[in-house]
Design a protein around this ligand. Sequence first.
Ligand SMILES: Cc1ncc(COP(=O)(O)O)c(C=O)c1O
Length: 394
Amino acid sequence: MVAHLAFRGPRSRTFLGVARLPHRARDVVRRPGGDPAIPLLPPRPRAAPRGARGEGHPLGHLPRPRDRSADGRPGCRPSPDPPPGDNGPVTSSDDPGSTALTGLRPRLPSPLQEVTDERFARRGIRLLLKRDDLIHPELVGNKWRKLAPNLAAAGGRTVLTFGGAHSNHLRATAAAGRLLGLRTVGVVRGQELADRPLNPSLARCVSDGMRLHFVDRATYRRKTEPETLAAVLRAADAETAYVVPEGGSNSPAVRGCRTLGAELAGRADVVAVACGTGGTLAGLAAGLGTGGRALGVPVLKGGFLADVTRALQDEAFGGPRGDWSLDDRFHFGGYARVPEELDAFAEDFEHRHGIPVERLYVAKLLYALVALAEEDAFPRGSTVAAVITGRPFP
Ligand SMILES: Cc1ncc(COP(=O)(O)O)c(C=O)c1O
């Protein structure tokens, strides 16, 4: 009966509420304690920003996790009276297996596909593609891994989250809402967009039932400050909503990404992933444990991601986990910048291997790996896995 309720999926909020009861009870009890004719030229190594991690050959000196005692541990404050937007303590419901999403039949573990690419093969490197893009047709890649535990934790409440006008995360959340019968609210960066026709990405969100709430960019920047968040929730008429941060990276999400690492542990020497908020990398590295090194390729400019990833691990696991580093040279000018060179690279990769290459994240990751291979950053005989975290839209 319990399994039936939990796995059949919520056709109604009442149904979901009943299915969650055993989890709630358990939480209460536990609370105390991813060959052209003329091969593309490899990229010129870009100058690494001064002081950034990943200078030179990042794989040559992967930074080890910091001394635990030297790190601060933000966000570990128990609060008896959570402020608006505080989703409460993380509980056993972070476990994606406990969610009705399982009824959507995700393809897990996702396929691990070996491809023959002469740019790697001539250096004696095996290239594997971790096809997270095949997990689910609508909740693609890391979206599945990050959203599943959050949707479980939401317990049928309205789910409110944040994103830009082209956010993969907003679309995935909206799709999840439709598939699971959950109400969703998307807080969109840019008040000016409210008066314009919706772009295809936001139009998809709306057709999936997401209610959009546009905020000005200054407010959006401050959205994690408690008062600003409270004001946004009030203005969006969603004060009791379960709040998922921009990009979906919170502790449940980071822990959800551990399974990605666990699926790859011992299968590759280096597992590389494109990074936005760092949540996927944080969980991947933890799941890999000693079974491989994780390499993050930030798609945003700024060199801030190491600190953010560390903080995410602190919050999710209480300290650093796994062996990870970042290479900051492949953002191509910043988020959503897709110059012709990158687009041509991605198109070429698609022709070589017959897989669709998402441009904002996955293309930068694959470009980085080809560049690193050209730099002889991977020793002969090594196996490199690239996580294909998304698919092109539309
Ligand atoms: C396709 C794709 N790959 C990678 C990422 C980066 O994930 P994270 O924000 O966890 O670093 C994102 C953003 O969520 C994404 O949409």
